[in-house]
Ligand binder design. Structure first.
Ligand code: AGP
Length: 600
């Protein structure tokens, strides 16, 4: 949610900032801007509503500088507009900000009472004014003084023409990562903006501030105690952040799933004991046996993957498990139990609702395990232990490969817990073999893309769709509806197939097609009779399952019943993607959304 990038060094900052912003645009894309300190020491600012490319296109050739900050925005306070776009400026100071300043109204009122004219509706605009008013000699101290007046979350980057070549960045709840170059320094909210320039990075912790000069950096706490940071190396290839010939990141990421699943499985299956080993779990067999309940928390697709995970854990380990939206859990004063294993799921590792749920759990003494994609992210660091997805960067706003990898990691966790509880070696072997078969089976589904695309083109003409599934098919249906809504804006509602006759059957008509998840499991006959009820009311039915019953059937390869839901989700991703393409939408950057929701 919003991206920041900053640079100081001998090169012209402008192309570095605009290129970095373009790579961060998936985080927010309603307005963009940059501010640089020109060679003559003046502050040059350009910001505009719209995409980064539009903002950059209007830059005059003489717009250059040696240090600068940039921002791409997803509006929280104030509509997308030129005035509300970042950087915000006060005299010699320019600031870009991610996060929310909760006491902004109060601070704005004080500034106005002191005769300051505010030009935007944003909470962020108070920051440059507070910094500019400080009497501190060093920019770092002025920023510290300003931040001491702020209540809320922030990732910020600041330049001041009185301190040419100096950048100050700070973090509290919104990520900031420093990039170390050769006689130049970078900072960004996400390594995606840095990979082209350096692989040496330093992740700031909450409550930390850094001063960057071309020849290095120093870090300290908000109360000015020096901290020491070891740089780490970005392992991911630069190409992973590019579309690599695909028209959209979403399609690229759907096609990356066989490789992502291989990575999620690599080194984790134990052929001797037919179990799984998860390095970061930090749970010995005795502790694992003592778990009486598993509670999974995540938001959106991470929550639906968690629901699939809960089913796998109940089925394979026979431990009661359920999933709940982290965004609800954190507000309802939950009962936290010592013998419950809490699992936080997040692709970005930044989702504020999930992070807040983890913090509340830890405060109450709950044991929390993270299932996270982004290495070193806030949620990963906040948890007691964790399992990384290794899915690689996910850039499209709609989650696909991270969803699938999360489900695979849950299958591994369920296998691990199951083999410590009552899952037999034979069943352990059956599940392990099923997991090993997944990449090739996903490839097989991806080969049906053309057919699914033509079905999607056909379905895209309806205004609304029902997605139904029973038990194992229910989280699949929910994720299918979520994907369709997000990228195609076609209204989609997911229902448990068993609940149809208790209400939503009233909606069924020739105008409302149903996408039904029909695995060949012990419930197949029940599912078929539900579909009969829909067809009897002239509702069109598209089945995603294991049998070709009519022309509207998508047939996926059969795996073990517990693992089938992972495969059944893949055609729904393609369906949503191609419906959005058919409708001419901006698939990777759907309206009103951003990749990671780092605000309350
Ligand atoms: C997925 O397609 C969505 N964009 C969204 O629901 C997402 O899964 C959710 O916001 C959680 O994100 P996270 O996994 O980064 O925590």
């Amino acid at each position: 949610m919003c991206g920041i990038v900053a640079y100081t060094g001998p090169r012209d900052a402008v192309p570095i900032l605009t290129e970095g912003l373009a790579r961060l645009e998936y985080r927010g894309y309603d307005s963009a801007g940059i501010a640089v300190i020109g060679r003559s020491g003046d502050l040059r600012v350009r910001k505009a509503e719209g995409r980064v490319a539009e903002m950059a296109a209007g830059l005059p050739a003489r717009f250059k500088g040696g240090a600068g900050v940039g921002h791409t925005r997803w509006a929280t306070h104030g509509e997308p507009s030129d005035a509300n776009a970042h950087p915000h400026v006060a005299g010699t100071v320019a600031v870009v900000h991610n996060g929310i300043i909760e006491n902004a109204d109060e601070l704005r009122a004080k500034l106005v009472a002191d005769g300051i004219e505010l030009t935007s509706e944003t909470d962020s605009e108070v920051l440059p004014h507070l910094i500019a008013r400080s009497g501190a000699t060093e920019l770092e101290d002025a920023v510290r003084e300003a931040l001491s007046q702020i209540v809320g979350t922030y990732g910020i980057a600041v330049v001041d023409t009185r301190h040419p070549g100096v950048l100050v960045v700070a973090r509290n709840g919104s990520p900031v990562v420093l990039g170390i170059g050769e006689k130049e320094m970078f900072a960004a909210s996400d390594v995606a903006a840095l990979v082209r320039y350096t692989r040496q990075v330093v992740h700031l912790d909450d409550g930390e501030l850094a001063t960057l000069r071309p020849d290095g950096f120093r870090t300290s706490t908000l109360d000015a105690r020096a901290t020491s940071k070891e740089p780490s190396v970005i392992e991911t290839e630069e190409a992973a952040y590019d579309a690599e010939g695909y028209t959209h990141f979403m399609r690229k990421e759907i096609h990356e799933q066989p490789a992502a699943v291989e990575r999620a499985l690599r080194g984790r299956l134990d052929a001797r004991f037919h179990t799984a080993h998860l390095g970061g779990l930090d749970l010995d067999p005795r502790e694992a046996r003592a778990i009486r309940r598993v509670k999974i928390l995540g938001c959106g697709s991470a929550y639906y993957a968690g629901q699939m995970g809960a089913q796998l854990i109940e089925e394979l380990a026979r431990i009661p498990a359920d999933a709940e939206p982290a965004s609800e859990f954190r507000y309802r004063n939950p009962v936290v139990e010592a013998d419950t294993l809490y699992v936080a799921v997040s692709q970005s590792g930044e989702t504020y609702d999930t992070l807040a749920a983890v913090q509340e759990l830890r405060r109450k003494g709950g044991r929390v395990l993270g299932v996270v994609n982004a290495v070193g992210s806030a949620i990963a660091r906040e948890c007691d232990g964790g399992v990384y997805l290794h899915a690689g960067p996910e850039i499209a706003v709609a989650s696909t490969k991270a969803y699938t990898s999360t489900a695979v990691v849950f299958a591994l966790l369920a296998l691990h817990l199951g083999r410590i509880h009552d899952l037999s070696p034979a069943d352990g072997r059956r599940i392990a073999e099923g997991l090993r078969a997944l990449p090739a089976q996903i490839e097989e589904i991806l080969r049906q893309e053309d057919r699914i695309a033509s079905l999607a083109g056909d379905l895209a003409k309806y205004r609304s769709m029902l997605f139904v599934g029973r038990v194992r098919g229910w989280p699949v249906a929910r994720e299918g509806a979520q994907k369709l809504k997000e990228v195609s804006y076609v209204h989609a509602e997911a229902y448990p197939a068993s609940e149809l006759k208790h209400g939503p059957l009233a909606l069924v008509s020739p105008e409302l097609p149903t996408v039904a998840i029909v695995p060949d499991d012990e419930l197949v006959d029940k599912n078929r009779s539900t579909l009969g009820e829909i067809r009897a009311r002239q509702g069109r039915v598209v089945t995603i399952g294991h049998r070709a019953t009519d022309e509207d059937a998508v047939v996926v390869p059969k795996n073990e019943p517990e693992l089938d839901p992972i495969l059944l989700t893949i055609p729904l991703q393609l369906l949503a993607y191609h419906a959005a393409v058919a409708l001419g939408h901006d698939v990777d950057k759907p309206r009103n959304l951003a990749k990671s929701v780092t605000v309350d």
